[in-house]
Design a protein around this ligand. Sequence first.
Ligand code: IMP
Length: 202
Amino acid sequence: MKEKIIFATKNRGKIKEINMIMEDTNYEVISMEDAGIDIDIVEDGSTFLENAIIKAKEVMKIADCIVMADDSGLEVDYLDKAPGIYSARFGGEDTSYRIKNKMIIDKLEGVEEKDRTARFVCAIAAVFPDGEVLTTRGTVEGIIIHEERGSNGFGYDPIFYVPEYSCTTAEMDNESKNKISHRGKALRSMKAKMESHRNGCK
Ligand code: IMP
């Protein structure tokens, strides 16, 4: 029987992605909804990692198994790493990504290629019932292009160009994106840390 982990998200797509990565482990990841937990969490940390820890600890207050949470977003160097932890709220929570992406492109008007660097960041925290916390972070580096390209993915994917692959993350299929993405990297390193933890290593 696999050990359950609650992932502090309401997003089913994320659970599917995580379970694909955790498939060959002794863990099964379920959503808050599957665990019968329905709470709204105030993410008032000042970094991705603080927010991930806040979310996992809040759920842990009413759970009796390992709880994992993530926080992610886009950092644009020329904009002093904005929108960063405010990526979802940038330009307004209900504003479409077509508009959010246009706002970023406009803010970079006239900015040279070399100064258009950006990255997606993902921090993951796993909190154990005994209070122990494991954390990981994953990033993928890219460049903000001048117009949207591609229709896969979500959010800022259409303006995030990865030079190594000569395409935006919205032009990659799910499998290719998972291989290089911030979330894929953070999840795979969390999986490795959890397995060492299970075997008694710190
Ligand atoms: P969350 O932490 O998954 O809620 O993501 C926060 C926000 O960061 C999302 O709403 C997107 O705006 C942005 N974001 C995070 N990961 C990605 C990605 O892989 N592609 C595009 N946008 C992303």
